[in-house]
Design a protein around this ligand. Structure first.
Ligand code: AMP
Length: 488
């Protein structure tokens, strides 16, 4: 590989991560001049989906080049660096790694692979639960893996002779995978968009000028002025090239839909349309439902910004209790959720939000947030509200207790770190030092959806939609020992 073609940052740490999946953002362009600039803008509005790494690959005159690195998009692409990438075809990725141990440069996507018939680029969102199994098989036949991600498996499948020789190569490679994947895949003259048959993660397509655009979330289309066309269907592979656009079905269609409900609860941006629903509106309805399920006499409703904003609005509207600003958020504190140590997380969480004594002093306060995972942040929030003079603090959470880890791409810790896996609601209330605690019921969570069975709620009820035969519910083995660093 020409080292100039792929530029990345060095990082000597390298492991096969124990839960190698990602909750990431994707963006792809076919047939639009200056694709890299459009991809940059499309990724920029999806930065909430991943802040650890970013990358863009484009194809120009049959040659694929990729720029990527650790950090926010604006750090990886300062001063218009994306314009170094030419061409009207490209894909991009923002990465949220699910391990707390820090970002690793060689895992940043798009991943690039040089096959005997040319270069490929791939960007992935989700967790492939049989990746470990497949990786072992390929390693036994001599394959050398360069990253610690499950996504790399896809490049190895594309390169394997039995797939390479098939006219349905990309489809067959997808069909070998089990679990959650939304993929954007690029060869030198073609763009592919694929979504697993369960439809775990979102993936949408739109029109921009005479070209096509693809994204994890519709908010990216609004940003660039593209017109939303439709979702990539679960189990669909869309191919775009100079001959036009084509759609094929992957063989496992009919497996049953399992949209990740946590995309709606927390992950996606409120202005996006995800699985056919506006995220903000669903969250408002969750707040309304919470007000019915857990009414309480109080003076004000406050949101934990920004995750609780929409649901708090719903709670206030339904209960008739005034919506107030009880917290101020410092936007310059990074993501606290993935910080490795409890103490570090807690101290950063403290810096992120300040209570407003003028609003809460002497008041009975209802606090609305999207979820409690470990419980670290909410406990501190109750404390600062009390220090600011709140007379009572009533917690309302717009999803059920998160009691089970996720194997399909949401970063939920091991069961012993999940507060609801071992404590009852009353025990959690006591731990939080709250006057009351109410979680949205499972039926409330599913109430906005016509087909309730088409959602994955395994993190709440432990009923994993992908069972044995796919890597023991996707639980991967212990990490491999560190391999040599990868300098792309
Ligand atoms: P904690 O209970 O301290 O682990 O933090 C839970 C808070 O972190 C929630 O209120 C969400 O706003 C946010 N959160 C929940 N799940 C995730 C996730 N997978 N990644 C990042 N933030 C999350």
């Amino acid at each position: 590989m020409d080292p100039q073609d792929q530029i990345g940052e060095k990082n000597s740490a390298s492991v096969y991560e124990d839960r190698p999946g990602e909750e990431c953002g994707l963006f792809g362009v076919f047939g639009c001049p200056d694709a890299a600039r459009i991809i940059y803008d499309g990724l920029f509005s999806q930065q909430h989906r991943g802040q650890e790494g970013a990358g863009i690959a484009t194809s120009d005159s049959g040659k694929i080049r990729c720029l990527k690195g650790l950090g926010l998009l604006s750090q990886v692409f300062p001063s218009n660096r994306a314009s170094e990438l030419k061409g009207n075809l490209g894909i991009g990725h923002v990465r949220y790694s699910t391990t707390g141990g820090g970002a690793i440069a060689h895992n940043v996507q798009p991943l690039i692979g040089d096959c005997v018939d040319g270069r490929w680029a791939v960007a992935h969102n989700g967790n492939i639960v049989n990746a470990h199994e497949l990786r072992r098989l390929h390693q036994e036949s001599g394959a050398l893996f360069q990253t610690g991600t499950d996504s790399e498996m896809f490049l190895h499948l594309l390169a394997a002779p039995e797939y390479r020789k098939s006219p349905k190569r990309v489809a067959h490679a997808c069909e070998a995978l089990c679990g959650a994947y939304s993929f954007l895949i690029m060869s030198r003259d073609r763009l592919y968009a694929a979504r697993d048959p369960h439809g775990f993660k979102p993936l949408v397509m739109g029109r921009l000028g005479g070209g096509w655009v693809f994204a994890s979330e519709t908010c990216a289309f609004t940003q660039i002025g593209a017109e939303y066309e439709r979702e990539i269907e679960p189990g669909e592979l869309v191919t775009v090239d100079s001959g036009g656009i084509a759609s094929t079905r992957l063989s496992r269609v009919g497996a049953g839909l399992s949209h990740c409900v946590f995309e709606i609860v927390y992950f996606s941006r409120p202005d996006s349309r995800v699985f056919g629903h506006n995220v903000h509106q669903v969250r408002v309805s969750y707040g309304e439902r919470l007000a019915e399920e857990y009414p309480v006499e109080a003076d004000i409703v406050v949101a934990v910004p920004d995750s609780g904003n929409s649901a708090a609005l719903g709670y206030a509207r339904k209960s008739g209790i005034p919506y107030e600003m009880g917290f101020i958020r410092n936007h310059y504190v990074g993501r606290t959720f993935i910080m490795p140590g409890h103490e570090e997380r807690a101290s950063q969480a403290d810096k992120k939000l300040a209570a407003m004594p003028e609003t809460v002093r002497g008041k009975r306060v209802i606090v609305v947030d999207d979820s409690i995972v470990r419980g670290t942040t909410m406990r501190r929030r109750v404390r600062i509200l009390r220090e600011a003079g709140a007379r009572q603090v009533h917690l309302r959470i717009s999803c059920p207790p998160v009691a089970h880890p996720c194997y399909y791409g949401i970063d939920f810790p091991t069961p012993d770190e999940l507060i609801a896996s071992s404590k009852s609601v009353e025990e959690i209330r006591k731990y939080m030092d709250a006057d009351s605690l109410g979680y949205l019921s499972v039926s409330g969570l599913l109430s906005p959806f016509a087909d309730k069975r088409s959602y994955c709620i395994a993190c709440f009820d432990g009923a994993y939609p992908i069972e044995t035969g796919c890597g023991d519910k996707g639980i991967l083995d212990e990490p491999e020992e560190p391999t040599a660093g990868y300098d792309p």
